[in-house]
Design a protein around this ligand. Structure first.
Ligand code: S3P
Length: 439
């Protein structure tokens, strides 16, 4: 396991781009694989998670070629055209690939066995197998809910009207993707709106998909068995990757960083509002549309952050950004209290427990709650000097790489490998801005 050492170096300065959005990259490969014709995607994230999606869609019949850096061509099989792979498909670390592809398989008469790494094999799949069983698929899973898992889709799928019990774009998307090869109208009702990349992309590809708001529910209705047009898509930069730079540049005094071409879907921008509520100096410039999604450039300058008692946004709009926000809170002036975050316990790691352990190891006396963390703010540099266990979680590794830039003694991250899943150029990009990172 390559460990990574993070310590202060100099101010962070520069103008950069982060790799393509992970959620949009996954969906572009999956949906283009179901289109009639050939799609081209540029700016695709070439992290391990997205490569797992590409391999799985290839194994089910799509023709997927890499033409150049981030430039991919996909020839689809048409809705209903997925074929049975002749081997187990390995989803690596990727929950999004696993859950969304399970949705696709559910309405095809094929049998597929999926596995993944130790992190993914520990993540609950019941949240998708329950609704997809109602579609007509059947599952055989380890302990009924974990990978390895075998799914057998049905030739006679039923359109669902489903209200997920938790806020989850993966669950919503799995049900909608099952609805693609299902006659009739599939509906998903959300109590809390989650990222809508699936809805936007399906609409751009010609599917009949509508969204209504009623009685506090956001209802997505998809008419089944559309013919999907191929897409030509330029994937915006991933705000979940940009978040590490936003925090790093906010906390290291004297920093001034611009991140160009970042996806600013309003269901993803919670981190910007949360940091601003803590006093961050972030300006959004050059706002425009790219591939059916809003994008812009983020200009961030160092600021004195202060702790917060509550956030001005719903956690679902920044669900992947809490680990790095906890690091921002550790440096801020005064304590912060974050609650309502029980979903963080079922991410690539139990992010409440793993963040609490990593912060404590570095001299920060956090209090772990069942659904959140209370983080005392140091009002400047934190002690550091500890070793962080990443538990195969890319965002833990990157969050502590950021915190180390404001630590008295170096922070050691036990395993840098997981960073490859979502942000392969992270270390070089951070070093290029001035960060002190060494493998
Ligand atoms: C994702 C949804 C979120 C997020 C994940 C990507 C997606 O997961 O944490 O990184 O692309 O749909 P949940 O649906 O479990 O909240």
């Amino acid at each position: 396991m390559p460990s990574l050492i993070s310590q202060p170096n100099t101010v962070l300065k520069g103008t950069v781009r982060v790799p393509g959005d992970k959620s949009i990259s996954h969906r572009s490969l999956m949906l283009a694989s179901l289109a009639v014709g050939t799609s081209e995607v540029t700016g695709l994230l070439e992290g391990e998670d997205v490569l797992a999606t590409a391999a799985a869609m290839r194994a089910m019949g799509a023709t997927i070629d890499r033409l150049g850096e981030g430039h991919w061509r996909i020839s689809g099989v048409g809705v209903g055209g997925l074929m049975e792979p002749d081997d187990v498909i390995d989803m690596g670390n990727s929950g999004t690939s696993t859950r969304l592809i399970m949705g696709l398989i559910a309405s095809h008469p094929i049998t597929v066995t999926m596995t993944g790494d130790a992190s993914l094999r520990g993540r609950p799949m019941g949240r998708v197998t329950v609704p997809l069983t109602q579609v007509g698929a059947s599952f055989s899973a380890r302990e009924d809910k974990y990978l390895p898992l075998t799914v057998t889709g049905t030739a006679m799928p039923m359109p669902l009207d489903y209200t997920p019990p938790m806020a989850s774009a993966q669950v919503k998307s799995a049900v909608l993707l099952a609805g693609l090869n299902t006659p009739g109208i599939t509906r998903v009702r959300e109590r809390v709106a989650t990222r809508d990349h699936t809805e936007r992309m399906l609409s751009a590809m010609g599917a009949d998909i509508t969204v209504t708001e009623e009685d506090g529910l956001r209802t997505v209705s998809l008419v089944g068995q559309p013919e999907l047009r191929p897409i030509s898509l330029d994937v915006p930069g991933d705000i979940s990757s940009a978040a590490f730079l936003l925090v790093a540049a906010s906390i290291v005094p004297g920093s001034d960083v611009t991140i160009e071409n970042v996806g600013l879907n309003p269901l993803r921008t919670g981190i910007v509002a949360a940091l601003q509520a803590m006093g961050a100096d972030i300006e959004i410039v050059n706002e425009r549309q790219l591939g059916g999604e809003p994008v812009g450039d983020l200009h961030v300058k160092a600021a004195r952050l202060h702790g917060v008692d509550s956030l001005p946004v719903d956690p679902s709009t920044m669900i992947d950004e809490f680990p790095v926000l906890f690091c921002a809170a550790a440096v801020a002036e005064g304590p912060s209290r974050f609650t309502g975050l029980e979903e963080l316990r079922v991410k690539e790691s139990d992010r409440l427990a793993v963040m609490a352990a990593g912060l404590k190891a570095n001299g920060i006396a956090v209090e772990e709650l069942p659904d959140g963390l209370v983080v005392p703010g140091a009002g400047g540099r934190v002690p550091g000097g500890g070793r962080v266990e990443t538990h195969l979680d890319h965002r833990i590794a990157m969050s502590f790489s950021v915190l180390g830039q404001m630590a008295e003694a170096p922070i050691t991250i036990d395993d840098a490998r997981p960073i490859q899943t979502s942000f392969p150029v992270f270390i070089d990009l951070m070093k290029g801005l001035g960060a002190g990172l060494s493998l």
